[in-house]
Design a protein around this ligand. Sequence first.
Ligand SMILES: O=C(O)CCC(=O)C(=O)O
Ligand SMILES: [Fe+2]
Length: 361
Amino acid sequence: MAADLQNSVKQLSDSGAFSSLPLQLYASRDPTAPSDVDATLEPQIPTIDLSLLTGATPRERARMVQRLGRACQDWGFFMARTFRVVVNHGVPEGLRQAMLEAAKKFFDLEEEDKAELRGETVLDPIRYGTSFNPKAEVGVRYWRDFLKLAVHPDFHSPAKPLSFSDVLRDYATCTRRVGMELLKGIWESLELEENDMNKALKLDSCFQVFVANLYPPCPQPELVFGLPPHSDHGLLTLLHQNGVDGLNVEHGGKWVHVKPLPGSFLVNAGDHMQIVTNGRYKSALHRAMANGKSTRVSVLTVVGPSLDTVVEPVAALVSSERPAMYRGWSYRQFLEYQQGNQLKEKAVLELLRCRDHEHVI
Ligand SMILES: O=C(O)CCC(=O)C(=O)O
Ligand SMILES: [Fe+2]
C-alpha cells in the first residue's frame, strides 16, 4: 500500500505493509531525545471523589471544592473517581464501557463508510479524520484517527454502527451533567456566584463536543506523537480509555505519564477555563503517545461555553493589580482558529493574551 494523505492510520496499521513509517508524512518526534517523563510525579496527580462533591455533607463538599480549586491552580488536571456513583450525578460503568465499544465499532466500519463523514469545514458537526488537521500539517502527521461530534445543544451522531447514537445520547447527557457539577464546584472554589458563571458562559446552551480517538499499534512509536503537546479549547475535558495508557500531562515543566485509577475520568481544564478565570486556573498541556503493541481507544467529552458567547475574564477576577489577561473572542471564533491550524501547545491563548501580561503566566 502506498501511504498518502488519505490513509487512516488504522489502514496503515492493518495493512502490515510498513515495518518503518513513511517518514515524509509522519515524523513528529526526535527519536534520539532522552525520555522526558518524570515517573516521580505520577503519584501526585490530584484526585477528586465525585460522590463527595454531589451527594455529601456540606463539610465533605467544602473539602472537595477546595481540592478542586487546588488541582485547577496547580495542575489544570485531575482524576475524577466515580466509584460510588450518586444517582443522576455519575456515569454508570456499563455506559462507559458501552461507549468505548461503540467507538471501536465505528472505527471498524468499512473505510468508505467512514470517508463519507470526512466533512468540509472544521466546524462540521460530524467529522471523521486522521491526525489533527492534515491541511495545516506539512511534513508532520499524528498517529491518530478521530471522530468528532457536536452533541449539545444540538445532537449529532453517525447512523452507523447500529445503536451508536443511543449509547452516545446517554453518554453525552451523563458526562455533561458531571461536567456541570465539576464546573459548579470549580466556580465555588473561586468564591464566585453560580449566576455569574451562567451569565459569563451561557451554560444552558453549552457547546459540547464528543471525540473518539483510535491509536492503532504503530511500527515506530518513537518517531510520532498520537497527538502533540496541546491544551483543549473548552472549559473542561472528561476522558476515559480502553485500558491502554498513552496520555501524558505537563506539570512544572515535566511530563507525567497518566495511569487512570479504575473507574475514573481524566479531567483537564481547557483554554476557556484559563480565559474566564483570568489565568487563576490553567489549561493543562497534554499529549498522546503512540505505542507499538496495542490499539488504544480514548473517548472524551469537551464542555464549553455556548458557541456565540464572547468569553472574557470574569469581572470579579479582574482588578487593577490583575488586569484582564485575555481579550474576548466567541467560542466559535476560537474553535475555528484552533481546529483550522496546526495543533501547537497553547498557541491560541497566546494570540489572545493582552500585551502587558507577558510576565504573569
Ligand atoms: O487520547 C488521549 O489521551 C488524549 C486525546 C486528546 O488530547 C484530544 O483528543 O484532545
Ligand atoms: Fe486534548
